[in-house]
Design a protein around this ligand. Structure first.
Ligand code: COA
Length: 330
């Protein structure tokens, strides 16, 4: 009997309507369009405006609804909803539980998975494991982040990079050997000083001081993070290729986390891939944290063919990073 693998059988995506361009940022902080494009590759990003009064769940629901409508599935059949995110609606209550109820996945259990920009990648491993074990048949993994809720729009080192968005992928059993083939996932907690948000958690609960000192916003030591990201993303992608005897000609698509075009280019170079195989939408969305990978799948779905070899690679706060090799199933 052939081994059951976990395949992605449908994807969906959503970004808010409001477009925050580099030119608009020029009026907010000391920066310019040319610097942002040349250092990051970003031209614009989407923002869920505060006056809309919505959290990350809103983005996640829209992405899930897009998937459900395209695939024409009954949400009651979904066994599990995982929300990969760094910006849950609130502490304590699971954002995924709310999303599951709102989309009609009334028979599912649901929880959030936090691993910064690697949340979706690690979530793929989790979703696939449930399917491979035979325990569940339909796992909906949603990567969603309202990064604008933790961005300081007076800090030019972060506000130019991040945007809001969500993407969803459905994992189901496959008997043809398609779906997730291999993974190499890593973490190094010494990195937390270089990228994160100091206050709002149990270590530094909210006080007047934390608000006054802008501790509820994300910070990053860009240069240090860049160095770690650029070498580690390339390393894990190379490891996955070697372990699976993949030559550059065997790889159909690189699906890289969208943090900085220069990091993506370096990863693709190490893998020996030409530009046409590298999925990219950073110029339109910036870094949407947990949503970058599934948004790429949603944007480029029409170009993928059954049996295509996809190599995912991501790097994020924590530090967390890794690579996954997956065969496209439709
Ligand atoms: C943030 C990032 C784009 C900055 O680019 P960089 O080339 O490293 O830029 P540096 O931080 O070295 O700064 C270079 C100069 O540009 C300036 N600068 C920084 N932000 C700027 C901005 N938005 N506009 C104009 N100038 C800016 C700096 O002050 C610095 O000036 P100085 O040389 O006079 O000190 C880059 O470091 C990066 O992408 N880091 C990793 C991001 C990432 O992967 N995040 C984690 C994964 S989620």
């Amino acid at each position: 009997m052939s081994k059951t693998t976990a395949a992605i059988t449908a994807v969906g995506g959503y970004v808010p309507k409001f477009v925050l361009t580099n030119n608009m940022l020029e009026d907010m902080v000391d920066t310019n369009d040319e610097w942002i494009i040349s250092r990051t590759g970003i031209k614009e990003r989407r923002v869920l405006k505060p006056e809309e009064g919505q959290g990350t769940s809103y983005l996640a629901i829209k992405a899930a609804e897009d998937l459900i409508q395209k695939k024409n599935i009954d949400p009651k059949e979904i066994d599990l909803v995982i929300i990969a995110t760094a910006t849950p609606d609130s502490m304590v209550a699971s954002t995924a539980a709310f999303v599951a109820s709102e989309i009609g996945a009334v028979n599912a259990f649901a929880y959030d998975l936090l691993a910064a920009c690697s949340s979706f990648l690690f979530g793929m491993s989790t979703a696939a494991s449930y399917i491979e074990s035979g325990r569940y048949k339909k796992v909906l993994l949603i990567g969603a982040d309202k990064m604008s809720s933790i961005i300081d729009y007076t800090d030019r080192t972060t506000c130019i990079i991040f945007g809001d968005g969500a993407g969803a992928a459905l994992f189901e059993p496959n008997e043809e050997g398609l779906g997730l083939q291999d993974e190499y996932l890593r973490a190094d907690g010494t990195g937390r000083q270089f990228l994160g948000m100091d206050a709002g958690g149990s270590l530094m609960p909210a006080t007047e001081e934390t608000v006054k000192n802008r501790k509820h916003f994300i910070y990053q030591e860009g240069r240090t993070v860049f160095k770690f990201a650029v070498s580690n993303m390339a390393n894990v992608a190379e490891t996955i290729m070697k372990r699976n005897n993949l030559e550059h000609t065997d790889v159909s698509w690189l699906v890289p986390h969208q943090a900085n075009k220069r990091i993506i280019d370096a990863t693709a170079n190490r893998m020996g891939l030409e530009d046409s195989k590298v999925l990219m939408n950073i110029e339109r969305y910036g870094n949407t944290t947990s949503a970058t990978l599934p948004l790429l799948l949603a944007d480029f779905e029409s170009q993928m063919k059954k049996g295509d070899n996809l190599v995912f690679a991501a790097f994020g706060g924590g530090f967390t990073w890794g690579s996954i090799y997956l065969k496209w199933a439709y």
